[in-house]
Every structure is written in structure tokens, then in C-alpha cells.
Design a protein. Structure first.
Lengths: 368, 261
């Protein structure tokens, strides 16, 4: 069912590009390397050869070498390509939309790049070269996503892999938002799904979060079997890269099976005993997660942003992050991580101001 | 067909506005978590207009430590108090002019409002805990008294402690956290009235700007009108049974409220 896809990769450093190509290529993915050309030639080349590639990879600084032909930036080129995907200029344009990836060999490039946020939205992915080498699955899923999104008849089901019936169970604002941008450029939907849905906890959850919600220690003997039972509730839409589950479908599963109980209100021990009544083969093979330092509640619901330790929301400290949409959950760190400053500044920057105050109270002189 | 007094949409609109007000309380250092999830619940399509189901867990932070009624040498270890409010409720709309109990326990969800307070101390010290819950008496579908014969069971009753405290076998009863106890007989609380209960009992002066404001009062009074008006008219009718002739009154409700059925 999967056809082989081709990315055209422009780089002024062929050696570095070849290393990426060697690591990325597979039975499903080809990478064609090409040196940069002056602006007009570059545009003409892309338009003339559009049937030969499905996606584009651009090096961030095409003018890095002394003998470079580039008299433009990658951002400018990407902008021009986006325009030519929707409209003709001088009578010429692309017949379809395709993904554009930005990469660089420069260490720390992602953080440097993130400062220039005005151009970031042009790209479907931004990677350091060493990271790009592991993105085969993602690059292929992007082409597949563009194919589906370019189809004018696509349904919401085609995009996020949820039937009309199941869509009712999910946060309606998410469904409405997808519907609203459904017929815009594929690039816009890809940006939205990656940034606001797939890579944010909330509507979708990862495996650690799934285990926390089910109140099960991920190292339990029976975990893999229980996880497989949850297969029906997996995300099966476009751009899947790693496993995700629909949090609302898990809650619905619970209500349907254990009527009158509310998953979130139960302790790990209670959740496990309900699960054991449904899955006899899991009896005595599911363990509770351990409580993190200073934690009190065994009504586990999320995981620490840094350590992935399961925590109940009341035992965590909220990281200062913008919540863009109601289906997104806040991210928490556990007391241990919050007190130990080493991960601060790398994985997270600060807590919400009032959470910093709460944290401080744990250090205050107790004679008060 | 007689007009319905309240529909899911009316109640959801009020909850949604209240959430907006609560988010603003951050300025008064009143932090409430879980409002986003509650909004998500409201955004789901599955609720019918004449029957709606809500389950939510809210976490209230920054509760005054002066509310703690425990010995001072223990108090100094307590770093913060966190209150969890858990609500499960199924409500039915009712026709105008009807006096009845609109909280439904026959649709797979028991009614319950739980208030659990935690006194959290340093990581290596004991944590303290107390729980109250407002329940509706559980009956068989025919309305007969099923369980707990011999004890008085007002239809809606506040209880202190109970299962929430004892279900974890490692909980030390020496660690029970005592705060002023609430009244025993109490009219039903929905999400709006439960939140109002917590704000007024635990934050007092810090939320006065909000709780004194007209839009807030209107939201609260609509919930009271929906749930408390039938509750108290039923009670009044119990003694004044020649009055309220223009209303269609569910006879049994007052007996249940009084625990006489």
C-alpha cells in the first residue's frame, strides 16, 4: 500500500548531506541531494522537476560555503514555494502542495531558530541534522498526510481516524477547529495537528500517561497485555509518529465497562481491581505506580514532564506554558524535579508564578 | 407540551460563565485547577437537552492555613492546604410549574459531591486529610428504601469522613485533619453551588469581590432556583398542604428530604 517517496535535499555541504541521506534512506524513502542554485535557476529547477520529488529538505544556510550559489535565504525559498503551491506567478506554479523541512548542522540550531519565529511556520519540521537522520517515519508520514489533505473529498475521519460516532466523544472544539481548517492548505492542517494536538498532552496521550490514567505501573508483568487491550482507542489518523491514545475514548471505555464509576475519581488500587474483573488473565499481574517524593494522592492522572513519574494533579507543580486550546492539558513536574533545579532551563523554564510561590513554601523555615 | 424550565444549554452557559470568573480569581491568589477539563466536558456533543451528565474534579489551592484546627506544633509542618472537589451529577429538566427532585440516579451515575482537604507537609513528614461528602440517598428504582434500614436518611445529606478516608489501608487515623464541620442536612448542590460553597467557606474575604458581584449572584440564584426552590417548596408543602395549589408537586419528595420514607 505504501509507495516509495522522494525528498529533494538542497545543501551547500554535500558531505554532511550524504551522511543524512545514508541514514534516512530505506525501501520506502529516497533522498536526492542537490547543490543550491541562484534564485531564478532554483525556482525554475523546482518547477521543471516537480514530478520527481514529494517533499523538500532545505539546509538553513545555503550560503555557508565560499563557493555558494545562494543569493537568498531558505526561508525566502520556502515562502516562494508555499506561494507557488497555491497560486501561479508569471504563469507557473506547482501542481500540488508538498512538505518542506528545514535542517542545519549547527549545534543548538533549534533554539537559535526558534528566536526567529516569523519564518518557522513555513516549515513542516525543523531539525538539527543529527536528529533529522532518525526522522524516516515522520518524513514518510508527512507525504502521506499531504496526499490525504490534498484530496478535496477528505472527511474528518480521513484526517484523524475517528468515525462520526466517536467524534462525538471528543472535545467538540477540536472537531470544529479541524473542520474549520479542513479545506485550507495541507501545510496549515499539518502545522495545527503537530503543534496543537499530536505533540501536546490532552486530547491525545502517550504511553506513560495512559498507564498513569489506568493506575498501572508501566513495569507490571501484565502491562503489555493491558496496553494491547487499549488498541481500539489509539490515534489512527495522519502524521502518527509513535503511539498515542485518545484520552476521551479511554474515559468512555471506563464508563461503558464500569458503570457508575469515574476513572479520574478512583485510586490506582480501585482502577486495578476493576480492570481485573474485566480481564481475568491480568489478575495479580498489575501493580500500582509508586508515589513520587512528597506525593499524597494515588488518583494518578498525568505524568511529570521531566521524569515521566505518574502523579495526581494535586501533587504536581504546573509549568508556565501557554494553553492555546481547551483540549490541551497543563504540564506538571513532580516535587522532586521542581526542587532539583538541574532540568530547569533545559526542559522547562519556570512554573506558573503562583506555583513558584507554592514551591517556596516547601523550603520555608518551619518555625512560623 | 409545557415549557421546560431549564435545559442543559442554560445550565452549561452558566457554568461556562462561572469558569470565566474563576479564572480571573488568580489575581486574588485563588488558584483552581481543572477548569479546562470542565470546559471540555461542556463542549461534548453527547449531552441531551433534557438530561445531562457531568463529572468533574477541581483542585483548589492556596487555602488559608488559619482554617486549620489542629495543634500548632503539627500546624508548623503543614506547608499548604489543597482541597479537591469531586462532583458526579445527572440532572433532568422539568416542566414549568412542577416541583420535583431533578437529580437523577437511575442513569448509571450516582449523585455525589465530595470535598477532600489535604494538609501537605514536607516530603518526609506525614500528610493530613479530611473528607466530607454530600450524597443522595440510594433507593431501588421503585423508590423504596433499599439499604441502611434503621438509620435516618434525609434525601440529601452531608457526611464527614467515610470511605474516602478508609479505603487506603495505610492511612493513619492520627493524621485526620480537622476543620470546622458543615451542617448535616443540606439542599442539593450542583457544580455551580458546590463551587460557591467552597469559595465562601474557604476563601472568604479574598473572593468577596466576585461573590458580591451581580453577574455571579445571578448565576448562583439560577442554580438555587432550579434545585433549591423545589427542595424548600416541597418542605413547606409538607406542612402547608393546602397551599401551592397551582404547582404540580412530587408528593414523595418532602418525605424523602426529611428521611421519613
Amino acid at each position: 500500500m505504501n509507495k516509495k517517496v522522494t525528498y529533494l535535499y538542497f545543501d551547500d555541504l554535500e558531505g554532511a548531506a550524504n551522511a543524512v541521506k545514508d541514514n534516512l534512506e530505506s525501501d520506502l524513502l529516497t533522498v536526492t541531494i542537490k547543490r543550491e542554485l541562484p534564485w531564478n535557476d532554483m525556482i525554475t529547477y523546482l518547477l521543471d522537476n516537480q514530478s520527481l520529488f514529494d517533499g523538500l529538505i532545505l539546509d538553513w544556510k545555503l550560503d555557508g560555503e565560499d563557493d555558494s550559489n545562494a543569493n537568498f535565504s531558505s526561508e525566502a525559498l520556502a515562502q516562494q514555494c508555499r506561494r507557488l503551491q497555491v497560486d501561479k506567478i508569471n504563469g507557473r506554479g506547482f501542481s500540488k502542495s508538498f512538505p518542506i523541512i528545514l535542517c542545519s548542522a549547527q549545534p543548538g540550531f533549534k533554539t537559535i531558530h526558534e528566536r526567529d519565529t516569523t519564518s518557522e511556520d513555513l516549515f513542516d519540521g525543523v531539525f538539527e541534522k543529527s536528529d533529522l537522520e532518525d526522522q524516516e517515519e515522520f518524513l514518510i508520514s508527512l507525504i502521506n498526510a499531504y496526499d490525504i489533505l490534498s484530496d478535496t473529498d477528505k472527511s474528518i475521519d480521513d484526517i484523524i481516524g475517528l468515525s462520526k460516532e466517536k467524534q462525538k466523544v471528543i472535545d467538540n472544539t477540536l472537531i470544529r477547529k479541524i473542520n474549520e481548517i479542513r479545506n485550507r492548505q495541507p501545510h496549515e492542517m499539518v502545522q495545527f495537528l503537530l503543534k496543537e494536538v499530536l505533540n501536546k498532552k490532552g486530547a491525545l496521550i502517550n504511553v506513560e500517561n495512559l498507564a498513569a490514567k489506568l493506575g498501572v505501573n508501566i513495569n507490571s508483568k501484565g502491562w503489555e497485555e493491558l496496553k494491547n487491550e487499549m488498541d481500539h482507542f489509539k490515534y489512527k489518523g495522519i502524521l502518527l509518529n509513535g503511539e498515542r491514545w485518545w484520552a476521551d475514548l479511554i474515559n468512555e471505555f471506563w464508563v461503558n465497562n464500569f458503570e457508575g464509576t469515574t476513572l479520574k475519581f478512583l485510586t490506582a488500587k480501585e482502577r486495578i481491581s476493576f480492570l481485573e474483573t474485566k480481564y481475568n488473565n491480568l489478575k495479580d499481574r498489575l501493580d500500582e505506580p509508586n508515589l513520587s517524593l512528597g506525593a499524597e494522592s494515588k488518583e494518578f492522572w498525568t505524568v511529570c514532564y521531566v521524569s515521566n513519574m505518574p502523579i495526581a494533579e494535586m501533587d504536581g507543580f504546573i509549568i508556565d506554558q501557554h494553553i492555546h486550546y481547551p483540549w490541551q492539558d497543563r504540564e506538571y513536574v513532580c516535587l522532586d524535579v521542581a526542587m532539583n533545579e538541574t532540568s530547569r532551563g533545559e526542559l522547562w523554564y519556570s512554573l506558573l508564578p503562583y506555583e513558584e510561590e507554592r514551591l517556596k513554601s516547601y523550603f520555608e523555615n518551619t518555625e512560623k | 407540551m409545557a415549557k421546560l424550565e431549564y435545559r442543559a444549554a442554560d445550565v452549561f452557559a452558566d457554568i461556562s460563565r462561572l469558569i470565566g470568573f474563576l479564572k480571573d480569581l488568580k489575581k486574588a491568589k485563588v488558584q483552581i485547577e481543572g477548569l479546562e477539563s470542565l470546559e471540555t466536558e461542556l463542549n461534548k456533543e453527547s449531552n441531551q437537552q433534557d438530561l445531562w451528565k457531568l463529572k468533574t474534579k477541581l483542585i483548589f489551592k492556596n487555602i488559608n492555613k488559619t482554617d486549620l484546627k489542629i495543634p500548632t506544633d503539627i500546624l508548623k509542618d503543614v506547608k499548604e492546604i489543597i482541597l479537591e472537589l469531586k462532583i458526579s451529577i445527572v440532572e433532568r429538566s422539568y416542566k414549568k410549574g412542577t416541583i420535583c427532585d431533578s437529580i437523577d440516579q437511575n442513569n448509571g451515575l450516582q449523585y455525589g459531591v465530595q470535598l477532600i482537604t489535604y494538609g501537605k507537609s514536607l516530603a518526609n513528614k506525614a500528610n493530613y486529610k479530611m473528607s466530607w461528602h454530600l450524597d443522595k440517598h440510594i433507593r431501588s428504582k421503585e423508590g423504596n428504601d433499599g439499604i441502611g434500614k434503621g438509620f435516618i436518611h434525609p434525601e440529601y445529606h452531608f457526611n464527614m469522613g467515610g470511605f474516602a478516608l478508609t479505603k487506603e489501608s495505610d492511612f493513619n487515623f492520627g493524621n485526620i485533619l480537622l476543620i470546622d464541620t458543615p451542617r448535616i442536612m443540606h439542599p442539593p448542590l450542583d457544580i455551580i453551588l458546590s463551587i460557591d460553597f467552597v469559595l465562601k467557606n474557604f476563601y472568604g474575604i479574598r473572593v468577596k469581590n466576585l461573590t458580591d458581584s451581580n453577574p455571579y449572584k445571578k448565576i448562583i440564584s439560577r442554580s438555587k432556583n432550579r434545585l433549591w426552590r423545589p427542595y424548600f417548596i416541597s418542605l413547606a408543602h409538607f406542612w402547608e398542604n393546602t397551599r401551592f395549589n397551582d404547582l404540580d408537586i412530587e408528593e414523595k419528595y418532602s418525605y424523602k428530604i426529611l428521611g421519613e420514607n
